[in-house]
Design a protein around this ligand. Structure first.
Ligand SMILES: [Zn+2]
Length: 233
């Protein structure tokens, strides 16, 4: 009898907890939760190229000139301390029409930090962008992509959205350009958000073929904020 009662009580606690989490945070579905985006509208032929961990000195001119020649814009998740160090490169990226978004100030694993520390990391990155007179971003990408309730809590207080990805090229592993191209062109579908990194020579080398291939498949390459705004609910 007691065992049955305890079992029932446990179930009741689980139900109440689930209800609380649902009411408090909504359904945390990775496609488009209330708190961010991991891929776009599956009925629109849009794709986003994202570049993390910049700005880096190496390869940026080539990267920007490829995108200029192809008339496409991307989203750069910049690390605040690097943006501070390479102010001119940061402004160059921004003035070339690309979106600059928040990738923290020192690139720590945010999910290991307390809410206040998470907020400080995001705020410091925002402050650097503000000092450069860049428009405030609505997106935060936690380094490594790991997230939890503490990060959602911090983002809600800062009015930031989670900007994740749905296709990881793992270009940082040193894989050849041909592999990066194949991975993107075979893995892409409407709404794909592609993760790449700044300062990777093979990525710069792969980019012209990637853009050409995506366009040939009928995709429009947009920035993350454009993809967000185009979502039809
Ligand atoms: Zn990163």
């Amino acid at each position: 009898m007691l065992r049955k009662f305890l079992k029932f009580k446990f179930k009741l606690i689980l139900i109440i907890l689930s209800l609380f989490l649902y009411l408090e945070f909504g359904i945390l579905n990775p496609e488009r939760a209330k708190y961010g985006i991991a891929s776009g509208d599956p009925f629109l032929n849009q794709v986003v190229l994202t570049f993390d961990d910049g700005p880096r000195e190496h390869g940026i001119q080539e990267l920007l000139s490829v995108m200029k020649d192809c008339d496409v814009h991307a989203t750069f998740f910049l690390v605040g301390k690097f943006a501070e160090r390479y102010e001119d490169i940061t402004k160059l990226i921004y003035n070339s029409g690309h979106e600059i978004a928040n990738h923290s100030y020192t690139h720590p694993k945010l999910f290991k930090l307390w809410v206040e520390k998470i907020m400080r990391e995001a705020e410091r990155c925002d402050e650097v962008m503000q000092n450069l007179n860049l428009r405030k971003t609505m997106f935060l990408r936690p380094p490594g992509g790991g997230f939890n309730i503490k990060i959602f809590n911090a983002m809600r207080r800062m009015n930031l959205k989670l900007g994740l990805w749905s296709l990881n090229t793992a270009d940082y592993t040193g894989r050849p350009a041909s592999e990066i191209i194949n991975l993107v062109l075979h893995g892409v579908k409407p709404g794909t958000i592609i993760l790449m990194h700044s300062g990777v020579p093979n990525t710069v080398q792969a980019l012209p073929e990637i853009i050409k291939g995506l366009k040939a498949k009928g995709y429009e390459l947009v920035r993350l904020d454009d993809m967000w705004n185009c979502w039809r609910i």
